[in-house]
Write a protein that binds this ligand. Sequence first.
Ligand SMILES: *[C@@H]1O[C@H](CO)[C@@H](O)[C@H](O)[C@H]1NC(C)=O
Ligand SMILES: *[C@@H]1O[C@H](CO)[C@@H](O)[C@H](O)[C@H]1NC(C)=O
Length: 420
Amino acid sequence: MSKSPRKFSTPVKWVSEINWRLTGLIIPLVLFLMFFSLHYSYTSNGFNAFYPVQLLLHLPFARDNDQVSNKEELLRSKIAVCLVGGARRFELTGPSIIENILKEYPNSDLFLSSPLDSDTFKFSLLKFAPHVAAVRIIQPQPLPENESYARVLTPHNSPNGIQGLLQYFNLVEGCLTMIKSHQKKNNFMYDWVVRTRVDGYWNAPLGPQNFVPGKYLVPPGSSYGGLNDRLGIGDLTTSTVALSRLSLIPHLDSAGFTNLNSEAAFKAQLTTQNVSYVANRLPFCVVSDRRYDFPPGQFGVPVAALSSPGPLSGAKCRPCTVVCEGLCVESVMESVEKEWSWTDWENGALSLCDAHKEWESGWEKIFDQVAGKKHANARKRIERMKIGECVRDFDELRKKSAYWSAPPGDEICTLGLSPP
Ligand SMILES: *[C@@H]1O[C@H](CO)[C@@H](O)[C@H](O)[C@H]1NC(C)=O
Ligand SMILES: *[C@@H]1O[C@H](CO)[C@@H](O)[C@H](O)[C@H]1NC(C)=O
């Protein structure tokens, strides 16, 4: 009697092994076909025959599958992309933003909020953006600094003191104002708002896992005693809190906060409004012309090479010849304060520049090699741009944009380009 179960055990095992093997064969096959058809349906620039093979090699399957269905949903949802800040090196950052955010979510609407300066003409590249909802380029005016602002904010570490913070907050909140007015005019609501910086260089697409319902998503690191405020993604409710950077200051004042930098004020405004946040690493760095000591001290700022694999989550970067990688990065980053300018560096994500001087000569060649031919061409387009072409591009951009509040194209173009 006790032997009879054993008699069955071999065939049962055998059958289940067949099942297991079949499942192991069928599941990848089905997923293969799913990836194949899904990818095919949203590849706009032609079909990549190797893509299914790449996906097959990219285990585990289930995770990719989640992302694919999530992405499909995102492609059907309403996304506002808010681009904030001065044009600075937009000839380097702009094409990477167009490719990795705007074209990745081709239904998304772009909202640009920027101050007028001699680099503004570089926004002519935005004529290549899929959808432009609003452009607001303002002549910066000093904003009143009352006691409320003076109490809550600190001028420390802000290049232009409290006034600099207020100008920046005003640009961010200006984006929210445009989004709300665009919604009202067209009688719909956005599902998501992606807030990102004009000076962000993206080396990989913005992934669907960064859209988290009910939470505000920020990058880890570069937190300067608060929360990294170089990018944020959230639904309309959380984004309304996150982008109300000027109007929430009186609330922070009455809650007793004082001496906050931008990052600390950002954290306080989320926590006092009960918005929970989550951190995800993101594949962009902030291209900066500022100089920083090398190696950075405890409260210094490490400057990443633009060629770093990343994700850099908004750390400062520039195109440079790498001076420090591997064990060198490890020893540098262990001395950098975790709650300040620290950023994730493990597994070779980060290579460092010596940024104590201005950008090295020949940086253009370094950039072109890292960014590839297409982005190199955009850089050269701006480098060689003449006023006439600039004005034509701005005309095209203005025609694409539902809302336009900016000086005339020829004024923007002559401000940055010398006459022919
Ligand atoms: C400071 O100015 C803001 C915006 O004009 C206002 O909301 C706030 O109440 C003012 N605070 C004080 C203390 O005057
Ligand atoms: C946040 O939550 C606390 C505690 O639940 C509550 O007292 C406060 O009113 C909430 N604040 C806002 C702005 O919702």
